[in-house]
Design a binder for this molecule. Structure first.
Ligand SMILES: *Cc1c(COP(=O)(O)O)cnc(C)c1O
Length: 401
């Protein structure tokens, strides 16, 4: 099928919630993808940070195929031989005791909210149905009703009410606002170490550390949504490690599924995770044998290929090279590891237009909030491949001035 056929067919049968860039991807390998004409692109969006190991990593595929041809689903009414090992590895890598395995990121968010609320009622003795959770302007925690109820983005919530009550919005990167927002009913503060969807917003260096102190002082759970930032993207297993803190709960997703399956986790200290009792929660597919085998392989590759360190070093290199590009189109470059945002002066040009031109030259990027181009290469990228990408970015941006 040619581009026009695909577009026409999708427009006819797909609810109009997306407007993809005009390319039909048909194959992926490592950091590259290919379109239906055989043209090669560097994948600088990694399916929004799900392909940290690149496309079709042989060990992920091997784990998938092996498990898919052995045992795929059991329900959680029985033990199977893959979940425990997967969770043990996830706990060992992140330094937590226990985990709940779900599928999408939004489900992990919802799971954490359930844990936090029940924890508030059981341990803080908050009056039934009054628990409050503090969240930040510009957050992105998914698209379910509860996740959009936390959002500050009108576009995400307009006409979808009634929304879930119990959330209080405060400005991001504002310690005083957090301190002020906490009251006797506050059970948790849910925060992203870096806000990806709202344009790679990196808070001041001691923000999370101060948040952790305020939460501890007030007996409020700190929940880090590391679905985007976690698992090496920023150059640490968890981005919150940069602040020297250990949140009470951590959420992982996206690349945990090796770019193949939705696999998410809520990780926490035993005392908090044990708030959940028999029958409190569940998921038909959460923690299934294939998801567990693929998740385990993903975590093993992260360690075996030293991807966390590499993301750190290559992220520094990438940002340095980007900062050498002198053009009025760039307002700011924000980066931590391979979590990179280029804020565009949209007076001069729309960021979607730049993404289109980068696509034309063989680079896949994401246009975020129409102001920022997000660069999220697979963590397996090499310096040489970064140079290749820089060439394209430079010639595209400099082509205009
Ligand atoms: C992507 C994302 C989610 C939602 O994950 P889904 O798998 O799309 O439900 C939640 N939080 C953050 C920070 C994300 O980046």
């Amino acid at each position: 099928m040619c581009m026009n056929d695909v577009m026409t067919l999708e427009t006819a049968h797909c609810a109009p919630i997306h407007s993809p860039l005009p390319v039909i991807l048909t194959k992926g390998e490592g950091i590259y993808v290919y379109d239906d004409q055989g043209k090669r692109y560097i994948d600088m969006c990694s399916g929004v940070s799900v392909l940290n190991f690149g496309h079709c990593h042989p060990r992920i595929i091997e784990a998938l195929v092996k498990q898919a041809t052995t045992l795929t689903a059991t329900s959680r009414h029985f033990y199977h031989d893959k979940l425990a090992v997967f969770l043990q590895k996830a706990c060992e890598l992140t330094g937590y005791d226990k985990a709940v395995c779900m599928n999408s990121g939004a489900e992990a968010v919802e799971t954490a909210i359930k844990i936090a609320r029940k924890w508030g009622y059981v341990h803080k003795k908050i009056a039934e149905n009054t628990a409050e959770i503090i969240v930040c302007d510009g957050n992105f925690h998914g698209r379910t009703i509860t996740a959009i109820s936390m959002s500050s983005e009108p576009k995400y919530k307009d006409k979808f009410g009634p929304l879930t009550p119990g959330f209080k919005l405060i400005p991001y990167d504002d310690i005083a606002a957090l301190e002020k927002a906490i009251n006797k009913n506050t059970v948790a503060f849910l925060v992203e170490p870096i806000q990806g969807e709202s344009g790679v917003k990196i808070p001041q260096a001691d923000y999370l550390k101060q948040c952790a102190q305020i939460c501890a002082k007030n007996n409020v759970l700190l929940i880090a949504d590391e679905i985007h930032a976690g698992l090496g993207r920023t150059g640490k297993i968890l981005a919150s490690e940069y602040s020297g803190i250990k949140p009470d709960l951590v959420l992982l997703g996206k690349s945990l599924g090796g770019g193949i399956l939705p696999v998410s986790l809520v990780l926490g200290k035993a005392a908090i995770m044990d708030t959940f009792q028999l029958g409190d929660h569940g998921s038909t597919f959460g923690g299934n044998p294939v998801a567990s085998a693929v998740g385990l392989a993903a975590l093993q590759i992260l360690v075996d290929e030293n991807l966390v360190e590499r993301a750190k070093d290559n992220g520094i290199y990438f940002a340095e090279q980007l900062k050498k590009i002198q053009t009025p189109l760039i307002k700011e470059i924000r980066a931590q590891g391979l979590f990179i945002g280029i804020e565009i002066d949209t007076q001069l040009m729309a960021s979607r237009e730049i993404c289109l031109q980068l696509l034309e030259k063989g680079l896949l990027t994401i246009n975020t909030r129409n102001t920022t181009i997000r660069l999220l290469p697979p963590l397996i990228i090499t310096k040489q491949q970064i140079d290749e990408a820089i060439e394209i970015i430079q010639s595209t941006l400099l082509g205009h001035f």
